[in-house]
Design a protein around this ligand. Structure first.
Ligand SMILES: NC(=O)c1ccc[n+]([C@@H]2O[C@H](COP(=O)([O-])OP(=O)(O)OC[C@H]3O[C@@H](n4cnc5c(N)ncnc54)[C@H](OP(=O)(O)O)[C@@H]3O)[C@@H](O)[C@H]2O)c1
Length: 315
């Protein structure tokens, strides 16, 4: 892979640091930029979703788009639409069976690859050194890309050591800009630290109002591993979208439960990847940067924690 050509001469360092910034200008014309971002600015104004900086210097948007269940033509349409509305981070995985659809959506959007931050994950069946390398190439081929921004170990079981070694090699070969893990608990991260040569940049774990994971959050902050929330809405389980506490807080700012939830994650410094198949929700979920939850609101939301997964079937 020739990164120099790929970046039109942008140096690797600059590329690593600017990968996901973007100009929304033309794309937002006709979609009501002021509604999307709450800025009220004219369409010529540049805007961007804030980045976090990972422990290897790579920048990652703090808000992205989840693609679980968005397969085939629906996946393609949603990804292309989401790009139009300003999303730049897309989260897929081998097991979602939609990398081809995500790739088709990216292609359909016509966006420059360098503006995107694309994550995929190696599934349990493909663990081990050689299998991971093969699975990675299959993911790239399905996505129609020549590198990934982030590649994660989906779950902590099986041959994690061989899998991580393959990911380290792929990273060294410049085929992945950042490597990380998902669903790892403290003990899994400690074990990984014993033999890894490259530290994980991200741990993607279930996090929402009903499973807030304050212990994991603190541990990951201490270790300089970025926490990323999967199912930031708990898929609406336990009545998240109608929860009265979130609704009362939202009423003060004229925001929905979804927006309050995403803003709460954002103020905790957690990257979120909400999924939606509806254009109105895509716009709504981006519109969280024009208000701020007070400390009292944050405290109130912290009391919603049930400290247990809402997805026992995935354990
Ligand atoms: N690493 C892992 O093990 C793991 C596990 C699960 C998920 N993930 C990742 O995390 C992403 C997000 O999690 P998720 O897909 O499980 O669920 P989620 O984002 O918590 O919730 C998705 C649900 O919320 C609804 N929704 C979205 N925006 C809304 C809004 N503004 N108002 C009302 N409803 C709204 C969607 O319905 P509509 O389509 O009708 O909007 C959909 O039913 C996934 O897509 C995937 O990329 C990773």
């Amino acid at each position: 892979m020739n990164r120099k050509n790929r970046n039109d001469g942008i140096s690797r360092r600059k590329f690593l640091q600017t990968g996901a910034t973007f100009t929304a200008t033309a794309m937002l014309a006709g979609f009501g930029a002021s509604n999307v971002f709450g800025t009220g600015n004219k369409k010529s104004k540049s805007t961007s979703i804030e980045n976090v900086t990972l422990n290897n210097g790579v920048k990652m948007p703090i808000l992205g788009f989840g693609t679980l269940y968005l397969t085939d033509s629906l996946g393609e349409k949603c990804v292309a639409q989401a790009i139009t509305h300003g999303y730049r981070l897309f989260d897929t995985a081998t097991i979602y069976n939609n990398e081809d659809a995500v790739g088709a959506g990216i292609k359909r959007s016509g966006i420059n690859r360098e503006e995107l931050f694309v994550t995929s994950k190696v599934w349990v069946d493909d663990y081990g050194y050689e299998n991971t390398k093969k699975a990675f190439q299959t993911s790239l081929d399905k996505l129609g890309l020549d590198y990934l921004d982030l590649y994660l170990i989906h779950r902590p079981r099986g041959d994690i050591k061989g899998t991580w070694r393959a990911m380290e090699d792929l990273y060294r070969e410049n085929k992945i800009r950042a490597i990380g893990v998902s669903n790892f608990e403290t003990e899994h991260l400690n074990e990984l630290a014993e033999y890894s040569e490259i530290k994980p940049t991200v741990n993607q774990i279930e996090t929402h109002a009903f499973f807030q994971q304050p212990g994991a959050h603190e541990f990951l902050n201490q270790k300089d591993v970025q926490m990323q929330a999967w199912s930031p809405f708990a898929q609406g389980r336990n009545g998240l979208f109608t929860n009265e506490t979130l609704a009362e807080i939202g009423d003060k700012y004229n925001k929905t439960n979804a927006q309050v939830s995403l803003r709460w994650h954002y103020q905790r410094g957690i990257v979120t990847i909400p999924r939606t198949s509806q254009e109105a929700h895509m716009i709504e979920n981006l519109n969280i940067f024009d208000f701020e939850l007070s400390e009292a609101d944050m405290d109130t939301i912290s009391k919603l924690d049930l400290n247990k997964t809402q997805f026992p079937e995935w354990e």
